[in-house]
Design a protein around this ligand. Structure first.
Ligand code: G6P
Length: 362
């Protein structure tokens, strides 16, 4: 059943493997036969009336929000802010005239997010919760709910909820963009593009042997590591670093490639692992430049690249997809690198020390 590990040693690996199927389930549930989004009319109306979208989340869900911000702005032409729920609670930004609040939460129970929703309801603003947990507090208390239907996520380190959140928000952004007659949306074949992504995701989860050997080669004993990228690849770098920290206890940092020169490069020593994510052709040469800079200081560089910008020496590559959807793919090798690093170090992958699946206290 869904909640059993079967032949998997850990839930995390099972949940990584389930991601292509989760993509297909979302397409089935949220698109009609013609590939048009099926979204509650009232929800779309409320979104269409909003002048700004505020995405509230914590942890991995926050990282999924960072990706979704660019997708909402591109497809639906709605200004979007992403805020950590904990910060928003105390440091409430100046709100726009017609805000719409989007709560992202795998569990639907994160206390920091719940507190913000209480305020939003007091203010009387509309809200949507995107969650994997039917009947959860955030879903009950928001105006609207959309379920991820990713199946139970048991491992503390979130994987399929991240990709499901990005995919579902893409469908929602497409629906809103259609209503607003944005050509970026009307020209975007969400069904076709997400289907291609699901297939390519399958190829990446099938690369376990390669990724395990890279984990052994690059991350077996290191105390620290870095992910670099630009644009979408930067957003994924943050999630990639979080995965590594959570379960392998490697002190990992994700940052924008250009920021190297503003500080982080001082940390590069002989053998420091640097994972570079490269999918955007506008900035690929700059990230290649960053690779040269860190290599010159002794870094051990691992690359994850999309075919159109790949070079023969890249470690992990995948076929081209819509640039906006690359986070759904580049995150997969990062999840597997974290998984194998934790496994090879002998840790309990599913139950990392000091962490809880849902943090229900402030
Ligand atoms: C905890 C979990 C994280 C998760 C975060 C937010 O810290 O360990 O994996 O990303 O909570 O959880 P949520 O359920 O709100 O997405």
């Amino acid at each position: 059943s869904d909640t059993e590990k079967g032949t998997y040693p850990f839930y995390m690996l099972k949940e990584i493997d389930e991601q292509p199927a989760v993509m297909r389930t979302l397409l089935q549930k949220y698109l009609d036969d013609a590939g048009k989004p099926k979204i509650e009319t009232d929800l779309l109306k409320a979104l269409n009336q909003a002048d700004r979208l505020y995405i509230l989340a914590a942890g991995t869900s926050y990282n999924a929000g960072l990706v979704a911000k660019s997708i909402f702005e591109k497809l639906a032409n709605i200004p979007t802010e992403v805020q950590l729920a904990s910060e928003f609670g105390y440091n409430t930004p100046l709100l726009s005239k017609k805000p719409f609040f989007l709560f992202l939460s795998q569990s639907g129970e994160t206390a920091d997010s719940r507190q913000v929703l209480v305020k939003v309801n007091q203010w009387g603003y509309p809200s949507l919760t995107i969650t994997n947990s039917e009947g959860s507090t955030l879903s009950r208390e928001a105006t609207y709910t959309m379920l991820l239907d990713a199946g139970p996520e048991i491992a503390v380190a979130s994987t399929k909820a991240y990709t499901a959140q990005i995919a579902l928000q893409t469908i929602l952004a497409k629906a809103l963009g259609d209503v607003r007659q944005q050509t970026t949306a009307t020209d975007f074949d969400v069904k076709g593009q997400l289907s291609i992504v699901a297939n390519e995701m399958q190829s990446l989860v099938d690369e376990k042997e390669l990724i395990n050997s890279l984990a052994k080669n690059y991350l077996a004993t290191t105390r620290n590591a870095f992910y670099i990228g630009r644009g979408y690849d930067f957003a994924v770098s943050l999630e990639a670093a979080l995965k590594l920290k959570e379960i392998s206890y490697v002190q990992a940092e994700g940052f924008a490639g250009a920021e190297l020169k503003h500080g982080t490069i001082s940390l590069i020593e002989d053998g420091t692992p640097v994972m570079a994510i490269i999918t955007d052709k506008r900035v690929a040469s700059h990230t290649r430049g960053n690779i040269q800079e860190v290599k010159a200081r002794g870094a051990h560089v691992l690359t994850i690249a999309m075919d159109s910008v790949a070079q023969p020496e890249d470690n992990i590559t995948f076929s081209d997809v819509d640039p906006m959807l690359t986070p759904l793919l580049t995150v997969v090798p990062a999840q597997l690198l974290a998984y194998y690093t934790s496994l090879n170090r002998g840790y309990d992958v599913d139950k990392p020390r000091n962490l809880a699946k849902a943090v229900t206290v402030e």
